[in-house]
Ligand binder design. Structure first.
Ligand code: WQD
Length: 333
């Protein structure tokens, strides 16, 4: 099959491209390079020893997106392209709504003009807001507390409405929990611009001496050790979930199908710090500070629906995640 991956040079996108190429799929990548680097192309080719077509295209430029579909026979699309920093979305809502919503509407419109009817959509556990219980199942209440999360929730609704109107159109919506880690080669990984917002890349910068210490945002949550609990999932497990989603598309049904991609296990900030220290034999300096506004105490998935319907489950351990994250940091600092 020929798969178009939007945002394919990003963190999760690049790991998914590696899995697609290794499976023998024909790959086309579209990326505007706003939060990724061109040299990721060579890195993906180095890991897989395969090549693929790349288009530097912004989804807000309909003519350019149309050209990609005019020039290629595309069977399915995996759509990662989008802005994803929660804090930034609060400061710049218009940027997020325009980029994430309009960009996706452009993509889907052009897909339909070219009779491309299979879409895997990158969503997020953030659509569950502050859940009143865990583990979280797909049919639990949805709510958002920031513009980034709202773009994901709105787009889930848009895509489900399109499926209702067009019985040919099929969408698999994947709600990611907390992706961390890197490909075992250490060649690709998470490399956010500037000071990392997320826990694991921040820990890696402290471990490599680029940052002095980790601020742990709150140790007074209703959790075992008082620090926030999340469902950390290895980015390679997450990438493989996208291939399972493509296989799900081959069933002769239609509509929108929603799955949590998590491990089903919750780990606290201190669990992550201690596991990172023990696995990599490195001391992480940290300070307990005030809670971060908007943070929730506990979030982890019930991934049983993905196991039953996608025959997918996360295989890698927390030790794999912290070891692979550190290997990437060492290789790329
Ligand atoms: C994890 C835990 C923090 C940094 C976010 C987005 C979500 C998704 C994943 C896009 C929390 C604590 C963090 C630090 C800390 N992104 N922490 N010090 O907030 O669960 O999810 O990223 O889809 O949409 O909301 O991830 O890694 O920022 O935080 O103590 O320097 O680590 O309080 O408990 P989060 P995170």
């Amino acid at each position: 099959m020929t798969i178009l991956v939007t945002g394919g040079l990003g963190y999760i996108g690049s790991h998914t491209c590696v899995e697609l190429l290794e499976k023998g799929e024909n790959l086309i990548v579209l990326d505007n390079l706003s939060n990724s680097k061109l040299d990721t192309i060579e890195k993906i080719e180095k890991i897989t020893n395969k090549t693929f077509k790349f288009y530097k295209v912004d989804l807000l430029n309909k003519e350019e997106v149309k050209r990609v579909f005019d020039e290629n026979e595309i069977d399915a699309v995996i759509h990662f392209a989008g802005l994803k920093a929660v804090g930034e979305s609060v400061q710049k809502p218009l940027l997020y709504y325009n980029n994430n919503i309009t960009g996706t509407l452009n993509l889907v419109e052009i897909m339909q003009e070219h009779q491309v009817n299979k879409l895997v959509f990158s969503s997020s556990a953030t659509v569950y807001g502050n859940p009143d219980r865990v583990p979280i199942k797909e049919d639990m209440p949805l709510s958002t507390t920031n513009p980034y999360g709202s773009t994901k929730l709105m787009l889930e609704q848009v895509l489900q409405d399109i499926c209702l109107a067009n019985s040919q159109f099929k969408v698999v919506i994947l709600r990611y929990f907390n992706p961390i880690g890197a490909h075992k080669s250490g060649i690709i990984g998470e490399n956010p611009n500037g000071i990392p917002n997320n826990l694991m890349p921040y820990i890696c910068k402290v471990a490599s001496g680029k940052l002095n210490f980790l601020n742990i945002y709150g140790n007074d949550y209703e959790t075992e050790d008082g620090t926030g609990v999340r469902d950390y999932i290895h980015v390679v497990d997450l990438a493989k979930g996208h291939l399972s989603a493509l296989e799900r598309m081959e069933k002769n049904d239609s509509g929108a199908f929603i799955y949590n991609l998590g491990t089903g296990k919750g780990y606290s900030v201190m669990d992550i710090v201690k596991t990172f220290e023990n696995e990599n034999n490195i001391k992480i300096n940290y300070k307990m500070v005030e809670r971060r506004p908007g943070d929730i105490a506990k979030s982890f998935a019930d991934p049983s629906k993905a196991l039953m319907e996608l025959n997918w489950k996360a295989e890698k351990t927390l030790k794999d995640m912290v070891r692979d994250a550190w290997k990437y940091e060492i290789n790329n600092s």
